[in-house]
Design a binder for this molecule. Structure first.
Ligand SMILES: *Cc1c(COP(=O)(O)O)cnc(C)c1O
Length: 292
């Protein structure tokens, strides 16, 4: 199942966020593939290996109409010879998002279910007969953590590793392999999602230290945005050439930048920002919003 070259990942110094006291680097997971981007490849790879081992031919997973997880799963299944089914939250829209169109182009069968039914995370009866392999929403679970733990980070080089947090699976994997003195700081992209700390703790039964999440940079909530966020994305790109997505990585960069300006990090800190990809999501924005 070698469809991604993990060596395409680079670590680059970001002068725009660095200053006399703090050095900032970015891990460009977004470079490995335009669709199977960033953390999704890492979170999904052991699920698919497991499915292969169990001789399953169909993968079933869950997500919203703009979900990076849905389209990444569709593309990986296509590349690995699995059939895929996406259970999509909400009624079927009259016009499909770019994300759903792409998922279909990779052969994914989409099934729309009401938000109420979606919440129960149950598989519709006709799907249980398919005997598919189920990947939880966002790849949340131990195989996802193990995959995220294989993200190529030069462990001992940083005091602080910062990542965007949705389900927290990626953060759990990073915590699992971090050096003892390294802090991992997550930036929640959901509003007031305070239960996330215990959800991450559940993925790390042997971890006793507290999980650190910042909840201040959600910009109104999941996939919500403001003109200020777009302005920042454009400025960051103009200054550094780093494209970010508006759902996850832009909020992460913005949050880290604000925390640096507010002198929240110790002098001499070396910070690594995980660019977890997700750039396909920007296709849902009006043309001209971003300069890239
Ligand atoms: C899905 C996604 C995340 C969230 O990862 P979790 O492991 O669910 O916390 C972060 N960044 C990007 C770009 C994503 O697509």
């Amino acid at each position: 199942m070698k469809i991604i070259d993990e060596h395409l990942v680079t670590t680059d110094r970001v002068s725009f966020l660095s200053n006399d006291n703090i050095e900032v680097f970015v891990l460009r997971l977004d470079k490995i593939h335009p669709v199977i981007s960033g953390n999704k490849w890492f979170k999904l790879k052991y699920y698919l290996k497991d499915a292969q081992r169990q001789n399953k031919s169909t993968i079933i997973t869950f997500g919203g109409a703009y979900s990076n997880h849905i389209v990444a799963t569709a593309a990986m299944c296509h590349a690995c010879g699995f059939k895929s089914v996406g259970i999509i939250r909400g009624e079927e829209p009259p016009q499909y998002s770019h994300t759903l169109q792409a998922a279909i182009s990779y052969g994914m069968k989409l099934i729309f279910i009401s938000r109420e039914q979606y919440k129960t995370k149950t598989i519709p009866n006709f799907l249980t007969e398919m005997n598919g392999y189920i990947i939880p929403e966002g790849g949340y679970g131990l195989p996802g953590v193990l995959g995220a733990a294989s993200i190529p980070i030069q462990q001992s080089s940083y005091n602080i590793i910062c990542c965007a947090v949705g389900t927290g699976t990626t953060m759990a994997g990073i915590i699992k392999t971090k050096a003892p003195d390294t802090h991992v700081l997550g930036f929640s992209v959901l509003k007031n999602n305070f239960s996330i700390e215990s959800e991450i703790q559940k993925l790390l039964p042997n971890e006793t230290k507290p999980i650190h999440i910042n909840f201040d940079y959600h910009f109104g909530g999941y996939a919500k945005h403001t003109p200020k966020l777009f302005q920042y994305m454009n400025e960051l790109y103009a200054q550094t050439g780093i494209p970010t997505d508006f759902v996850y990585t832009a909020k992460l960069f913005y949050g880290v930048h604000e925390q640096i300006k507010a002198k929240q990090f110790r002098t001499g800190s070396k910070i690594l920002i995980i660019h977890s990809g997700g750039l396909q999501g920007n296709l849902s924005l009006r043309k001209g919003t971003l300069i890239y």
